[in-house]
Design a protein around this ligand. Structure first.
Ligand code: SF4
Length: 353
């Protein structure tokens, strides 16, 4: 059976045409499922001809995920462990902020990129997610939030789930076709209707994928995980650096600057005694000089998979001051959900919840 969540609205229109239905019904189908977030199926029938309702019911399945378990952090972040139909597991995280909820979603089961500081990398790559499995994460979490009655989210229930970040398990550009389709479903005005500027894709620096994605969606906000200013040292923690140099990353940033006004987000995880010296800060400033970027400093989140240590807050602040003094916009992201292993670099889809 085909999953409804695999289809963009254009593809649904084709299906309607091929099955002798009026394509005008695609909007109503999308609105019911994604915008009103109605559970299939009874309500989907509203506004649809009876024959179409039956045909959709016969032809499509819906979410491919089942919620296995969840953990709630003391900061309100919630990590979800989803089971896929083939028995694999993935994780997603809902992060409440002052005015909104951001969902961090996965694009693959595991990852082939092998970043040394990342728990996901220890799984290796099992497979990429389908469009439906990517879309389902947001759909399931949206529904879950609305049905809670005793959870920190209760107070936040009226906050919009407005932001999506592709920063969960996997390198999204290694699964570019399905990620691209999922983004199209997320921003469809009759679907979830997310603003494109509230979706962010994070890459370890897979340059061919990045250049292709810039061609496909020029205004998609991009975050690049840099983490080191020297290619050789960067390759010791990010094997992808052996293939794609920092120079190529800078050229890709130039290309982004030429097609959009967006600032690229440069992510820099501070690892104690590895990339956290003030000399590193000065070199980072020099490397990015003149680029339209903002810099996101992230304290390394310690995990049981590697020996790296995190940096002290006061040191991060001093590091950031050097970047500020060179005119950069700098954010320090104190990761949420670290106590439930739901923070940056900690997702491992281990069934320990
Ligand atoms: S940091 Fe991202 S790209 Fe690197 S191994 Fe982890 S999931 Fe993959």
């Amino acid at each position: 059976m085909v999953s409804f969540f695999d289809l963009t609205q254009e593809e649904l229109k084709n299906w309607l045409l091929n099955n002798n239905f009026n394509i005008v019904h695609s909007k109503q189908c999308f609105r019911n499922i994604y915008n009103l977030n109605l559970p299939p199926w009874n309500e989907l029938a509203s506004g649809l001809p009876l024959g179409l309702e039956q045909a959709i019911r016969d032809h499509f399945s819906f979410t491919d995920l089942s919620l296995d378990s969840f953990l709630i952090s003391k900061d309100g972040s919630t990590k979800f462990l989803f089971k896929l139909t083939d028995g694999n597991f993935i994780e997603s995280v809902a992060i409440p902020e002052s005015k909104r909820i951001t969902v961090c979603i996965s694009s693959q089961v595991g990852c082939r990129q092998g970043c040394k500081f990342c728990a996901t990398s220890k799984l290796g790559l099992k497979r990429s997610l389908t469009t439906s499995e990517i879309v389902s994460q947001v759909w399931m979490i949206k529904q879950w939030i609305q049905t809670q009655s005793s959870h920190p989210f209760l107070a936040l229930k009226h906050l919009p789930l407005s932001n999506i970040v592709f920063m969960g398990m996997g390198e999204p550009l290694d699964n570019i076709d399905n990620v691209y389709k999922a983004i199209n479903i997320f921003i469809d005005e009759f679907g979830f209707n997310f603003s494109l500027k509230r979706i962010s894709l994070s890459t370890a620096g897979y340059i061919p994928g990045l250049l292709r994605m810039i061609d496909l969606i020029p205004n998609l906000p991009i975050a690049i995980s840099l983490h080191e200013v020297d290619d050789t040292r960067r390759a010791t923690i990010m094997p992808i650096a052996k293939k794609y140099s920092i120079d190529e990353i800078l050229k890709a940033i130039e290309k982004i600057e030429s097609v959009t006004k967006n600032e690229v987000l440069i992510q820099y995880v501070l690892i104690k005694d590895f990339n956290d010296s003030f000399d590193h800060a000065r070199k980072l400033a020099s490397l990015l000089k003149g680029r339209r970027v903002k810099i996101n400093l992230i304290p390394f989140n310690e995990n049981s998979f590697c020996d790296f240590k995190t940096v002290e807050e006061s040191h991060m602040i001093e590091f950031s001051k050097i970047l500020f003094s060179h005119g950069f916009r700098v954010m320090i992201r104190f990761s949420k959900g670290a106590d439930i292993s739901g923070a940056c670099g900690q997702l491992s889809a281990k069934k320990t919840l």
